[in-house]
Design a binder for this molecule. Structure first.
Ligand SMILES: NC(=O)c1ccc[n+]([C@@H]2O[C@H](COP(=O)([O-])OP(=O)(O)OC[C@H]3O[C@@H](n4cnc5c(N)ncnc54)[C@H](O)[C@@H]3O)[C@@H](O)[C@H]2O)c1
Length: 279
């Protein structure tokens, strides 16, 4: 039997000021989540996302937290504040990330390598650790949301989605630290999935392909390069993905309809990781 409400609980989302993080917040709003803890470094972007979410779901409670995922104290503070505000955290989607074109390994500085990893891998793990610390001890959602009619076999304490990248599976030249960090995200996702499966916390990763977001559009020249290369040459569907196409998968994976999915890497990439496609 399917569940009545797709996501009846509280969502915490990092990178919520922009791109896929913002789109994920909006997708949760449309799907009926009742509380939002939105985290990012960018406070102005967070305020814009809050306005959009409130418009999409006027009765939802939305809180924003300035958070730098590279700083342990900042992450702990944001997750603790969210837990105090909402009493529980049901869904965590970790989107915060950066890409820097640091060059091939022989040309890559230690600072550039560390910065990529501190945000994309270590920072994501700091967030996942706080989410797990909260989720593993809270009640099942069947108890927290009795009106949602969640079948007992689909009950969960929480669900985490970690945003990795298609580049975790297919590397791209010139950005070794990014590729390595994203591969690390898929590995730590599987590891956490194993450790918390019996406690009914599910942990999955999503591997986006080339998505039209501020990350891929820092200038018209770079956007054109992205279109001419990874989109036209390596994406079988020959188009950019849209942030909402990633967001919808994150919401599905978070909710009880995905109750038997854990430790998975979900490619959402127009075929990018499926193989080569010649015209
Ligand atoms: N855009 C793509 O083509 C693409 C493809 C594959 C994977 N990804 C991944 O998807 C995720 C979202 O990317 P996006 O395209 O939405 O990018 P984006 O630049 O639009 O959003 C990233 C957000 O992360 C925030 N952020 C950066 N550093 C932070 C820090 N230290 N602490 C807190 N927040 C921080 C930024 O402020 C921004 O709001 C990233 O992890 C990215 O690596 C993107």
């Amino acid at each position: 039997m399917a569940t009545k409400t797709e996501v009846p609980g509280i969502a915490i989302i990092t990178g919520a000021a922009s791109g896929m993080g913002r789109a994920t917040a909006l997708a949760f709003a449309v799907a009926g989540a009742t509380g939002f803890a939105l985290l990012d470094l960018n406070e102005a972007g967070l305020a814009e996302t809050k306005t959009l979410v409130s418009k999409a779901h006027p009765s939802a409670r939305v809180e924003t937290y300035k958070c730098d995922v590279t700083q342990e104290s900042s992450v702990i503070s944001a997750y603790t504040s969210a837990k105090e505000a909402f009493s529980r955290i049901d869904y965590a989607v970790h989107c915060a990330g950066i890409v820097t074109f640091q060059g091939p390994s022989a040309d890559c500085t230690l600072e550039a390598f560390d910065h990529q990893n501190n945000v994309n891998y270590r920072g994501l793990w700091l967030c996942a650790r706080e989410a797990l610390r909260n989720m593993r001890t809270q009640s099942l959602d069947t108890e927290a949301y009795p009106d949602a009619d969640i079948p007992p076999h689909r009950a969960q304490r929480g669900s985490i989605v970690n945003i990795s990248s298609g580049l975790a599976l297919h590397s791209q030249s010139g950005i070794p630290a990014y590729c390595g960090a994203k591969a690390g995200v898929t590995a730590i996702t599987r590891s956490d999935a194993l450790d918390y499966a019996t406690q009914r916390v599910r942990v999955n990763s999503v591997l986006p392909g080339v998505v039209d977001s501020p990350m891929t559009n820092p200038s018209p020249e770079i956007r054109q390069w992205m279109y001419d290369n990874p989109v036209k040459k390596a994406t079988p569907m020959r188009r950019f993905g849209l942030p909402e196409e990633i967001a919808d998968v994150c919401v599905f994976l978070s909710g009880n309809k995905a109750s038997f999915v854990t430790g998975a890497c979900w490619s959402v990439d127009g075929g990018f990781c499926a193989g080569y496609s010649y015209e």
